[in-house]
Design a protein around this ligand. Structure first.
Ligand SMILES: [Zn+2]
Length: 492
């Protein structure tokens, strides 16, 4: 059984500290007098010594924490039956590996063994990484490949961990992020869940516009790795590239400009999933609720012409104003212009009044559509291929004309294009689409969930120590318990 301070667990006694200070001073003095050493040598040596001291202090504090953790079942909160033995375990902390002892207890209602201290410490089951090490691994792996993180982390003063460990820890954090994401998805299927998400929205008193932008990019996976010949014999081509559906959600009043006139959005929500359109729809809905969907005076969806987007909008955001990205629309008109004119300057001259109509006239899209239809009727000298291409664009404008009211958008100072989601997709791709990089569905979905959680500023749900208030000392209440997935009993 754990016993109180004043025994062998008290690692940092006054003589220990005096001894440490003396040894450290001596080491630094010797280094300082060595030719060709810089301040960098002194810093590196001191960091090592501080960790040595830190490890002793941290071990002691971990013991206090274990001692002051109510001996309750972390699942049902009922008192545990204390086992007579105390058990020690190794924890990989930012100060180095430390050994800590804690009590084991049996929960009668749950019929399982628990270490309440493990739960309090924020350790994951069967994993020695401390919460700070878990967080460092997650942060590093989101920024760079594991092999690179292994080298970079210690250089930045972080913990020294192998690429395999970093990968495992990031994956573990990713799985936790993914289960939080699935809880959100589930919330969108019940009235109580929807109300719970909507209640989280912090919205201004004055009427506001909520903007939702959607797009997709693709990721390369090792699906059916090594099975290519077998699949081909069956007449199937292995699918390596898969869509990652992505969304961003913000209020119009959160959009502004930097001093250098660069557009910025002060606060916004993100969604990214490889799990298909149904998952995307639920996740966008959840994030929109959190950003004030139910209180918005107007909801605006901006995206390119992809049909899955508009089906999703009709399905879930029926009252939203729909807008196709102006840049994409212009590209479609360029396709027509290139069929009509060999010279760029001539094409441009033909396009100019059409672009002007689109941007300034309420019925601009209808006018453009009329022009295109007129071409098909009046230009007799076109080839069949040209005719087909132009007919295709007539189809595009017929489908989307109602989404092209750019004149009104300009009057309301709303975005004409989906630049915000395009830059979001680019940011995700910086990490997820590196040369020679392959993912597995399981791996990329959990890491996408982790990246999205961080972008949505909900990192503290995985790493409660990142809430500054939790670091305030003399708080008599124990810190918030780590969220789901909850602890599982230890099999005897
Ligand atoms: Zn229990």
């Amino acid at each position: 059984m754990l016993s109180d301070i004043g025994n062998s667990h008290l690692a940092v006694s006054d003589p220990f500290f005096t001894g440490w200070l003396g040894a450290t001073r001596q080491r630094l003095a010797a280094l300082a007098q060595t030719p060709n050493t810089s301040l960098g040598h002194l810093e590196t040596a001191l960091e090592e010594e501080l960790r040595r001291l830190g490890l002793a202090v941290l071990t002691e504090a971990a013991h206090w924490q274990a001692l002051h953790t109510p001996f309750l079942c972390p699942v049902c909160r009922q008192p545990l039956q204390r086992e007579s033995r105390e058990e020690s375990r190794q924890i990989h902390s930012t100060m180095g590996p430390l050994r800590a002892v804690r009590d084991l207890g049996w929960c009668v209602p749950c019929q399982g063994w628990f270490y309440p201290a493990d739960h309090r410490w924020g350790l994951q089951r069967h994993a020695p990484a401390s919460p700070r090490v878990q967080e460092m691994a997650a942060e590093a792996v989101l920024k760079m490949p594991c092999a690179q993180a292994e080298v970079t982390l210690p250089r930045l003063g972080g913990c020294s961990r192998s690429a395999t460990t970093l990968h495992r820890e990031a994956r573990r954090a990713g799985q936790r992020a993914l289960s939080l994401q699935r809880e959100d998805q589930h919330r969108t299927t019940t009235a109580a869940g929807v109300a719970q998400l909507a209640a989280q929205a912090k919205t201004p008193d004055q009427p506001f516009v909520l903007v939702i932008e959607l797009d997709a990019w693709n990721i390369r996976e090792r699906t059916d790795w090594g099975k290519t010949p077998a699949l081909r014999r069956k007449g199937q081509e292995p699918e390596r590239w898969h869509w990652v559906y992505t969304g961003t959600i913000f209020r119009l009043d959160q959009r502004g400009h930097t001093a250098a006139k660069r557009p910025v959005i002060s606060e916004r929500g993100y969604v990214a999933t490889r799990a298909g359109l149904e998952a995307l729809e639920q996740l966008v809905y959840a994030e929109a609720l959190r950003r004030g969907l139910t209180r918005a005076a107007e909801v605006l969806v901006v995206a390119d012409g992809a049909i899955w987007i508009w089906n999703l909008v009709e399905d879930r955001f029926r009252r939203a104003t729909q807008r196709v990205d102006l840049y994409h629309v212009k590209q479609h008109l360029w396709t027509v212009a290139r069929e009509l004119y060999a010279e760029n300057s001539e094409a441009r001259q033909w396009l100019r009044p059409l672009f002007h109509q689109l941007k300034t006239k309420t019925d601009g899209a209808a006018k453009v559509l009329h022009t295109l239809k007129d071409l098909l009727r009046s230009k007799a000298d076109m080839t069949a291929v040209q005719r087909e291409k132009i007919a295709k664009e007539v189809g595009y404008f017929t489908t989307h004309a109602k989404r092209m009211d750019y004149a009104q958008a300009k009057r309301k100072k709303q975005p004409l294009g989906s630049g915000a989601i395009e830059s979001t997709c680019r940011q995700y791709q910086v990490r997820f689409k590196r040369t020679g990089q392959f993912w597995s569905l399981e791996g990329d979905e959990s890491l996408l969930a982790l990246e999205t959680l961080r972008r949505n500023e909900r990192w503290h749900l995985l790493f409660p120590h990142t809430i500054p208030a939790a670091l305030t000392p003399l708080n008599p209440q124990p810190g918030p318990n780590p969220p789901a997935p909850g602890p599982t009993p230890i099999t005897p």
